[in-house]
Ligand binder design. Structure first.
Ligand code: ADP
Ligand code: ADP
Ligand code: ZN
Ligand code: ZN
Length: 753
């Protein structure tokens, strides 16, 4: 190896997936950005080759004994990778962790805040674990530190406008004429024909919350002692105080709709014991500080001047500043991590690494700009630069031109997707990219055009006085029959307005989001879109056999893997390991089934086709229509049999879109559909959205992408800023006017491009 090569990660002859013997050098301690159309091979280089090799090398450091427990990472298909340092992958996988994982715990900021309270809080409480809701000493004893408790959803349990005879009690055990209903009436305490609204306070209390009491009743002429109890009281004791999960599935199904979660009445959601909550600094307790937006908390902490706590305050401020720097100042430390969006999750993970002291690490990011408004992209850039300046190698897969601009080195993969991609079409500087003539270079040079011939709405859908999360009494009309783009900086309230408030009122809307698709491990694009059913029929007809033979769930499937093509080995404390089936070698079917051919291809060969190849192969009208829809959304390059679990969030969203394309008169809601899409693919996406609108549908899209915003018929801009500084509609109207709006940050960015 030559001296100068020490300065590079050197990749030679990479052939994973569609890569055509790719060789390249990635400069160390620099920012390298991979661009190219979706499916061109960026992930195959960055994740399947570089990151995979790094993981494999890491595993090799463990003893043989430990290694037998680790997932077996196969050697990537490549001739050599030299000079690789440890790789840390910072992706968009959501931060799970349940209710005990919060922004504060995951960023390690909460422990420092607890330390601060144990040092200078008054009255003195200490030890420090008294301030932790994950510690038995600190947690609220009523809710075990969860902050919420289950209760009966009263609006579903009783109808105050009815009498007992009319069925005022709606809980499952109290149907009119049922056993429990009879008990209530037999007690003689209630007038069965009086509406509950007319009950006195005492009567209602007895009916709903009365403690268990013995009542003498007449049963078939015999006086019997029966226990009667308040309706809600009894339900609570039976189903809420005991874990409902231990009941039969049928009971759970009947009971769950009546159970809802509300704040714990003892700690009011603060999760901590009364002792911990009584301890204050400058009149604020730790729960109140944790409920403050980071941007405000940082000001409160800065004002503290306690000599004892100077080092603690300093380290607290440093970490909080990282959150501000990355544009998460609108979040609170008590926010549960499983409610964060994918983009927010990735940025929180990034903050963790900034506070750490690792050097000479290779950081790998997957589209970190997701969820960021153009205004905030520079913050992301600064963060990437900080990581680089600490002596790390930064590798980013990204489509956003404003991020691509800060790269020290750009690798453009292409020229197209799948088989027609897999090569490096450009390597070098940003200015060189613009002149390179590649798809990326060409699209980056194109100026933005604002739409002028906007469609007229056919009507409107109302959202009235919305106050959820940060929404400040928002009332807004959402036009029908047009393409509406809802935009605004991160945290301004777009998802709250559309995904929560609007969708709760329009449950019939078709939601096309990035959540995983597929009901089982056997799901793939062919089964999901229904192509598999048509293909099975065609195989059966051609070969005069039963179509069931060609299903993964039938006797035609490989017995060894039950049609999965892979075998999962469960290990108790690690992710399960997936190995190709050694009987069918991943083909999923029995040899005899593979003998049957359609146009010379077996069912396994059909499933290995890409959408593009299948389009050339099939003439069946229904199949072609469905394939064309997938091709239209930019999924030409995926194979029909690729397990849905291997698709990225953006690809999942597009496959959902493809399978919903033929509806008419519907409301479509999409959340950042440009995720994972190259600039040249966004044109296709816009065509599809326009086609949907032209067919009489209403399309509502949450987006930051300026190309999409500029092509809207109608823009709803949320803001002005994030969190408590947002939650208002700052602009509603057509694109050409938003650039004149004083308040709209989006308008400013549209006019700058
Ligand atoms: P990009 O990251 O540029 O969007 P990918 O590297 O993910 O592209 O994909 C490049 C090609 O490899 C595509 O044709 C894709 O369908 C194929 N591919 C990617 N992952 C797999 C896989 N696990 N199995 C089969 N084909 C794959
Ligand atoms: P956007 O979609 O514009 O990024 P969101 O609607 O996600 O904004 O968030 C608006 C505000 O509501 C932010 O202050 C955010 O922290 C808050 N918020 C969003 N979801 C939740 C939640 N599940 N719990 C508490 N606060 C939330
Ligand atoms: Zn509590
Ligand atoms: Zn098998």
């Amino acid at each position: 190896m030559s001296e100068s090569n020490q300065e590079y990660i050197v990749l030679t002859g990479a052939r994973e997936n569609n890569l055509k013997n790719v060789s390249l050098r990635i400069p160390k301690r620099k920012i390298t950005i991979f661009t190219g159309v979706s499916g061109s091979g960026k992930s195959s280089i960055v994740f399947d080759t570089i990151a995979a090799e790094s993981t494999r090398l890491l595993n090799e450091n463990f003893s043989m004994f430990v290694r037998t427990f680790l997932p077996r990472v196969p050697q990537p298909d490549t001739d050599a990778i030299e000079n690789l340092s440890m790789a840390v992958i910072v992706d968009q996988k959501r931060l799970g962790g349940g209710s005990h994982s919060t922004m504060g715990t995951i960023t390690d900021i909460s422990p420092i805040l607890r330390l601060l309270f144990s040092r200078v809080g008054q009255p003195y409480v200490g030890p420090v674990n008294m301030f932790s809701f994950n510690d038995p000493q600190g947690m609220c004893p009523e809710c075990n530190g969860i902050g919420r408790r289950l209760g009966v959803d009263m609006s579903k349990a009783v109808d105050m406008e009815k009498s007992l005879n009319e069925g005022a009690l709606m809980l499952p055990d109290y149907a009119v004429d049922g056993w429990d209903w009879n008990m209530v009436l037999q007690s003689g305490d209630f007038d069965p024909d009086k509406k509950l609204t007319e009950y006195s306070e005492a009567e209602l209390d007895l009916l709903l919350y009365g403690k268990a009491r013995k009542v003498k009743m007449d049963f078939a002429g015999k006086a019997t002692n029966i226990t009667v109890e308040g309706v809600i009281e009894k339900f609570t004791n039976k189903y809420i105080k005991q874990d409902v999960k231990t009941k039969s599935e049928r009971t759970q199904k009947a009971v769950m709709p009546f159970i809802s979660e509300g704040p714990c009445s003892s700690c009011n959601g603060a999760r901590l014991s009364q002792a911990a909550l009584s301890c204050r600094i400058n009149e604020l307790n730790i729960a109140e500080m944790s409920a403050m937006e980071v941007g405000q908390l940082i000001r409160v902490i800065r004002e503290m001047n306690d000599a004892v706590a100077v080092p603690v305050i300093k380290s607290l401020l440093e970490r909080l500043q990282h959150l501000v720097d990355i544009g998460l100042d609108y979040l609170t430390l008590d926010r549960e991590t499983d409610t964060l969006s994918g983009g927010e999750s990735q940025r929180v993970k990034m903050v963790k690494h900034l506070s750490g002291s690792l050097v000479d690490v290779t950081y790998i990011f997957d589209e970190p700009s997701v969820g960021l408004h153009p205004r905030d992209v520079h913050r992301l850039n600064e963060l990437l630069q900080k990581l680089r300046n600490k002596g790390n190698t930064v590798i980013v897969v990204e489509h956003d031109p404003d991020v691509i601009k800060v790269a020290d080195h750009i690798v453009d993969v292409g020229p197209y997707a799948g088989k027609r991609g897999g090569t490096i079409v450009y390597e070098g500087s940003f200015s060189g990219l613009l002149e390179s003539g590649t798809l990326t270079g060409t699209h980056m040079k194109r100026p933005l055009q604002l739409k002028h011939d906007c469609r007229q709405p056919s009507g409107k859908l109302l959202v009235k006085d919305a106050t959820l999360h940060n929404l400040q009494n928002v009332s807004v009309d959402i036009p029908t029959g047009v393409l509406t783009v809802v935009t605004g900086v991160a945290g301004s309230g777009k998802s709250t307005l559309i995904n929560e408030v609007f969708l709760s009122q329009h449950a019939d809307a078709i939601v096309i989001d990035q959540s995983a698709v597929g009901v089982s491990t056997r799901s793939n694009p062919a089964t999901y879109t229904g192509i598999m059913d048509d293909v099975r029929k065609a195989f059966a007809k051609e070969n005069k056999v039963n179509q069931g033979l060609f299903s993964f769930n039938s006797k035609g499937a490989c017995d060894n893997c039950q049609g999965l093509g892979v075998l999962y080995t469960d290990l108790s404390f690690l992710d399960s390991v997936k190995l190709p089936c050694d009987v069918c070698e991943g083909r999923r079917f029995k040899d005899e089934v593979l003998e049957y051919k359609l146009g010379g291809k077996s069912i396994a060969e059909v499933l290995e086709m890409t959408v593009e190849q299948a389009l050339e192969f099939f003439q069946l009208k229904e199949v072609v229509r469905k394939l064309q829809a997938m091709s239209d959304v930019g999924l030409n390059y995926i194979t029909l049999g690729q397990p849905l679990s291997t698709l990225s969030g953006g690809e999942c969203q597009r496959i959902k879109l493809a399978s919903e394309l033929h509806k008419k008169g519907s409301i479509y809601v999409m959340d950042e559909p440009t995720t994972g899409l190259h600039m040249s693919d966004i044109g296709h996406l816009l065509e599809i959205m326009n086609r949907l609108v032209d067919a009489g549908n209403t399309v509502i899209v949450i987006e930051h992408n300026l190309d999409v915003i500029s092509q809207a018929d109608w823009i709803i801009d949320m803001g002005p800023d994030g969190g408590s500084k947002g939650g208002q509609v700052v602009y509603e109207g057509i694109p050409s006017q938003i650039i004149h709006s004083e308040q709209s940050i989006t308008g400013r960015y549209l006019s700058m491009n």
